[in-house]
Ligand binder design. Structure first.
Ligand code: ADP
Ligand code: ZN
Length: 818
C-alpha cells in the first residue's frame, strides 16, 4: 500500500500538500524533517514533513517526494506549534512562517540563486566530479539558478550536491534581502607558522638580539600564547609587552608575526577562566531580582521597569546564571543587533563561549552553524542573543526568555509576512517551553505597563541609577520665543550654544539628536508651533503636497491647507523640516574647533562604519555626535555631558496614535545617554511647546503620568491596549481597481463590524513601486473574540476573491499593527 505524508511548502498557500512516499522512506521519516518535493510543472521546493500517515488526497493525484534531506528533524514539534500560532494569530500561512524561520540554505529550491563563495579558499582536489562542474561554472558566471545547475550536471536531483557544496564552503545561497551586517573587527597577532618549531623560534630570538624591542614583543607573545588558548589581540600584546604598535607591525612586515582579523562577536572563548564573574547587586537591584523571581514562581510574565542606567542588565545576568545552572537554554532578544555591540560584549565578558549571537543578516553558513548548535544543544548555544528571528531557532528546553527594550517598535516585522511582534511571539514561545519570561525597559510600552497594572503581568521597578549617579537635568528651551527675539543661530538656541560651549570647555562630549523620520511632512506654524489635528482621531493631519490638502490617514477627514494658522491666525504655516546633515553643518560653523561626526542611515551604510563611529566616540576622538534615533539605542558612553534635542515637536506631531508614547520613550532614552558617571548630565530640549504635557512628563521623568494620559486617550479613541487593531492593506498597480476593491471589502467589514471600521484611506505615500496602496483599520473591542473576528474577515476575503476583477489585488493583514 502507498503511504502519504503532508508537507508544508515555504510559500503563501493555505494548506499543506500531500505527497506519496515509498516504504523505506516511510520507516525513517519524522515530522520536522526536510524533503525535496516537485511542485507544479517543473518547480521544486524544500518543504517540512508536517503529518505522517495521511490518506491519499481526493482532489489531486499526489506526487512522490524526490529526496529526504535530513537524518534527524531540522525542526522540532515545539517550533511547529509556535509557528502555527504565529500563522494563525498574524493571519498568514504556515509556509510563510517556515520561510522566515529557516536559514535560506535549508530551503533550496528551483529558483534559488547560487553564487561562488569568494571568501573561502577552495581545494579543487577535494571536489568530486559533479561538485567541480558547478565550481567551474561559477568561475565563468557570477550566479546560477538551481535550474541551471540541473542542466550542467545533467541531473534532476541536485539538492544533495548543493548541500555538499555549501558544507565545503564552495557556494553561497543568495538572498535578495540580505543586507550586509558589519560587525566590529579586531586585530589579532600570532607567530608565523614557520616558528612553530622550537629550533626556529630559538634561532629567531637569537637573531633579534640586536632589536631588543622586537625581541620583547616576540617573547611576550610566546608567553601569552602559552597561558591562554584565546587568540592574542594586538591591543593585548601591546599592553603586556609594553612595545608599541609600530614595532609589532614591523615584525608583521618582516613575516615574523602574522596579523589577522576576527569578528569581535565571533571570538571563541576556550576557557571559562577568561570570563568575569558577575557583579554583586546593590539592595535595590536585589529587591527587584527577588520580586521578579516571586512573580516567576506564579508563572507570570514579568516587566522590569528600571530607569536608564539602573543596572537592569546586571539583574538579567543573575537570572541567566541561575537558568544555566539548571541546564536550560536562554533566549535574549534585542531590537536591533547591529546597534547593541556594547551590550553583547558585556554579556560575552560574563558568559564567554556559552553565547551564540544570531542575526538574520549573518551569512548563510553562520546561520546554519548557529541553528545546528542550538539543535544539538551545544554548550555554545546555551544563551542565544539576537534580534527577532532568533526566536525561530530549534530550542529544546528554554528556561528563560528576556526581551530587552521591550517597548521598541522594531520588534514588529513589517514586511513580508509573517508580520509578527517578536515580544508577543516570544512570550508565546516561552509559555510553550514553560520558561520564565522577563520584559525589560526604562520606558515600557503602554501595552506592557497596562498588563502589569491590571495584574496580568508581574512588575518590578528600579527607579534609581546605579551607583549614586543622578538622573540628568532636563531643561526645556522655548524656541518660538528665541526666534521672536532673534536669538537663534540657525537651528540652535542661545541656551544650547552656551551649554555646548560649556561642555566642550570641560572636555565633555555632546550628542545632538534630530529625528528626520516621516515621509509626508507635517504642517507646523512657525509662530506658535501649532500643527492641525484631526477632529475624529488622535493624530496630526498630514500634508499632501500634490493635492495641497491636509488629511487624516486614519479616518479620511480632509480639507484644503488653510491660509493662516488656526490657532494664532498668523500666515506662517510651514512644512519645512530639517535633518541631521544641516545640523552637522551648523555645528561646524558654530564650533569650528570641535570634532564632529554624524550618525544616521546615510553615514552608516558602509562596512563597519557604524562600529567605527561608535568606537571613535568611545575613544573620545570625537567631541560631538549628531544623529537620528540610532543614537538612542542602548549606547553607554561614559563622557557624555550634554544631550541636545534639536526639535521635539516633529516627534510629537507625527501622525500616529502612538506618537506621544513614542516621543516620551525616545526623548527619555536619548536623555538617558547623558551623565552616566558622577558628573550630572544635562539635557536641553528645544521646542515650540515647552508646556506640552509629554515634554513636562519627560523632564520630570514621570512615566506614570504619561501612561495615565495616554491610556485615557486610547480609551477615548479605542486604540490598544483597550482595543486590538488589524490593519488591512490593499495593493494594486491600478488606482481605480485598488479603490474599488478596498471599498468593496470595507463594506463587507462595515456590515460585520459597523463603526469599528476606519477607512479605507490612502496612506501619505500612496504609491510605492508603482503599486497603489489603500488601508483599512479594524478596531476590535476587548470583549470580542479575536478568532471569530478573523474568521469573519477570512469569509469576506473568500467572497472578495470570488470576484474576478479583485483577484489580482493583494490583501495584506497586519495584526496588532504598530
Ligand atoms: P541599564 O541596563 O539599566 O541601562 P546597566 O546594566 O547598563 O543599566 O548599568 C549601568 C552601569 O552601572 C553599567 O556600567 C554597569 O556596569 C554598572 N552597574 C550596574 N549594576 C552594577 C553592580 N551591581 N555592580 C557594579 N556595577 C554595576
Ligand atoms: Zn481622523
Amino acid at each position: 500500500m502507498d503511504e502519504y505524508i503532508e508537507v508544508v511548502l515555504p510559500i503563501p498557500i493555505e494548506k499543506a500538500f500531500t505527497y506519496k512516499i515509498n516504504p523505506a522512506d516511510a520507516a525513517r521519516l519524522r515530522v520536522g524533517m526536510r524533503v525535496a518535493v516537485p511542485f507544479g510543472k517543473s518547480k521544486y521546493y524544500t518543504g517540512l514533513v508536517y503529518t505522517l500517515g495521511v490518506t491519499a488526497p481526493t482532489a489531486y493525484e499526489a506526487k512522490e517526494i524526490d529526496l529526504v534531506l535530513d537524518e534527524v528533524p531540522t525542526v522540532n514539534e515545539t517550533q511547529l506549534k509556535h509557528w502555527e500560532w504565529i500563522a494563525s494569530y498574524y493571519m498568514c500561512t504556515l509556509g510563510e512562517v517556515v520561510r522566515a524561520a529557516l536559514p535560506g540554505a535549508f530551503l533550496l529550491e528551483s529558483e534559488t540563486v547560487i553564487t561562488a563563495n569568494k571568501e573561502a579558499e577552495v581545494d579543487e582536489e577535494a571536489l568530486r566530479d559533479d561538485e567541480f562542474l558547478v565550481f567551474e561554472a561559477l568561475q565563468h558566471q557570477s550566479s546560477l539558478r538551481v535550474q541551471d545547475i540541473m542542466a550542467i550536471v545533467e541531473k534532476k536531483n541536485v539538492l544533495q550536491l548543493l548541500n555538499r557544496l555549501i558544507d565545503k564552503e564552495v557556494i553561497q545561497v543568495h538572498e535578495t534581502l540580505q543586507e550586509q551586517y558589519s560587525p566590529k573587527m579586531v586585530s589579532y597577532i600570532r607567530l608565523d607558522a614557520a616558528y612553530d618549531e622550537e629550533d626556529a623560534l630559538e634561532a629567531l630570538i637569537g637573531e633579534l638580539s640586536r632589536a631588543p624591542k622586537q625581541r620583547v614583543a616576540v617573547l611576550s607573545l610566546f608567553q601569552l600564547q602559552g597561558t591562554t588558548e584565546k587568540p592574542v589581540s594586538l591591543e593585548k600584546l601591546e599592553k603586556e609587552s609594553g612595545v608599541s604598535r609600530t614595532v609589532i607591525r614591523s615584525l608583521v612586515k618582516k613575516g615574523v608575526l602574522e596579523e589577522y582579523q576576527l569578528r569581535k562577536d565571533r571570538v571563541s572563548y576556550d576557557k571559562d577562566s577568561d570570563t568575569e564573574s558577575s557583579k554583586d547587586l546593590n539592595p535595590i537591584q536585589s529587591d527587584a531580582l527577588e520580586n521578579i523571581k516571586q512573580q516567576f514562581d506564579q508563572d507570570k510574565v514579568t516587566l522590569l521597569h528600571g530607569v536608564t542606567s539602573s543596572g537592569k542588565t546586571e539583574v538579567y545576568v543573575k537570572l541567566i546564571e541561575e537558568t544555566l545552572e539548571q541546564g536550560k537554554q536562554v533566549l535574549y532578544l534585542l531590537p536591533e543587533i547591529a546597534l547593541t555591540t556594547q551590550l553583547i560584549e558585556r554579556l560575552q565578558s560574563y558568559f564567554g563561549r556559552r553565547i551564540t549571537v544570531y542575526h538574520s543578516r549573518y551569512n548563510i553558513q553562520e546561520r546554519v552553524e548557529a541553528w545546528n548548535n542550538v539543535l544539538q544543544c551545544r554548550e555554545k548555544a546555551s544563551i542565544v542573543m539576537g534580534a527577532r528571528s532568533a526566536m525561530f531557532l530549534p530550542f529544546k528546553d528554554l528556561g528563560l526568555v528576556i526581551v530587552d527594550e521591550e517597548h521598541e517598535n522594531s520588534f514588529k516585522q513589517y514586511d513580508p509576512a509573517p508580520r509578527y511582534h517578536a515580544r508577543d511571539a516570544a512570550i508565546v514561545l516561552g509559555h510553550l517551553h514553560k520558561a520564565a519570561i522577563l520584559l525589560g525597559s526604562a520606558t515600557p510600552s503602554v501595552e506592557s505597563f497596562h498588563n502589569a497594572r491590571t495584574g496580568k503581568y508581574g512588575y518590578a521597578r528600579i527607579d534609581r541609577r546605579y551607583g549614586e549617579v543622578l538622573m540628568p537635568e532636563i531643561e526645556l528651551v522655548d524656541i518660538s520665543e528665541q526666534y521672536r527675539k532673534k536669538r537663534m543661530k540657525g537651528h540652535f538656541s542661545e541656551r544650547l550654544v552656551e551649554e555646548m560651549a560649556e561642555a566642550l570647555e570641560h572636555s565633555g562630549q555632546i550628542i545632538l539628536f534630530q529625528n528626520r523620520r516621516g515621509f509626508a511632512p507635517i504642517v507646523e506654524c512657525t509662530t506658535c508651533g501649532h500643527s492641525p489635528q484631526c477632529p475624529n482621531c488622535d493624530v496630526s493631519l498630514t500634508f499632501h503636497q500634490y493635492s495641497k490638502q491636509l488629511r487624516c490617514h486614519y479616518c479620511g477627514h480632509h480639507y484644503g491647507l488653510p491660509e493662516a494658522c488656526e490657532a494664532c491666525g498668523n500666515a506662517t504655516l510651514d512644512t519645512k523640516g530639517f535633518g541631521t546633515e544641516q545640523v552637522e553643518e551648523e555645528v561646524k560653523e558654530l564650533f569650528p574647533e570641535a570634532k564632529v561626526a554624524r550618525m544616521d542611515l546615510d553615514t552608516t551604510r558602509g562596512k563597519h562604519s557604524y562600529a567605527k563611529i561608535i568606537h571613535a566616540f568611545e575613544e573620545q576622538e570625537l567631541d560631538i555626535l549628531v544623529g537620528t534615533q540610532m543614537v538612542t539605542k542602548g549606547l553607554d558612553f561614559r563622557n557624555v555631558r550634554l544631550v541636545g534635542i534639536m526639535n521635539a515637536d516633529a516627534l510629537l506631531n507625527f501622525p500616529d496614535f502612538r506618537a506621544h508614547e513614542r516621543s516620551f520613550q525616545l526623548l527619555t532614552q536619548v536623555a538617558g545617554r547623558a551623565g552616566r558617571t558622577k558628573d550630572r548630565g544635562r539635557v536641553l530640549i528645544q521646542t515650540y511647546n515647552p508646556y506640552h504635557q509629554i515634554l513636562q512628563q519627560v523632564s520630570s521623568g514621570d512615566y506614570e503620568a504619561m501612561y495615565k494620559e495616554q491610556l485615557y486617550e486610547r480609551e477615548q479613541y479605542k486604540y490598544p491596549p483597550v482595543n486590538r487593531i488589524i490593519k488591512i492593506t490593499f495593493k494594486h498597480k491600478n488606482y481605480d481597481q485598488v479603490n474599488e476593491a478596498a471599498e468593496w471589502f470595507s463594506q463587507g467589514l462595515r456590515n460585520a463590524f459597523r463603526s469599528q471600521v476606519l477607512g479605507p484611506e490612502f496612506p501619505p505615500v500612496s504609491r510605492i513601486r508603482n503599486q497603489y496602496i489603500k488601508n483599512v483599520l479594524l478596531k476590535i473591542p476587548g470583549g470580542q473574540s479575536l478568532t471569530q473576528t478573523k474568521k469573519s474577515i477570512k469569509r469576506i476575503e473568500r467572497s472578495f476573491n470570488a470576484i474576478s476583477k479583485f483577484r489580482s489585488v493583494r490583501v495584506i493583514y497586519n495584526v496588532d499593527y504598530v
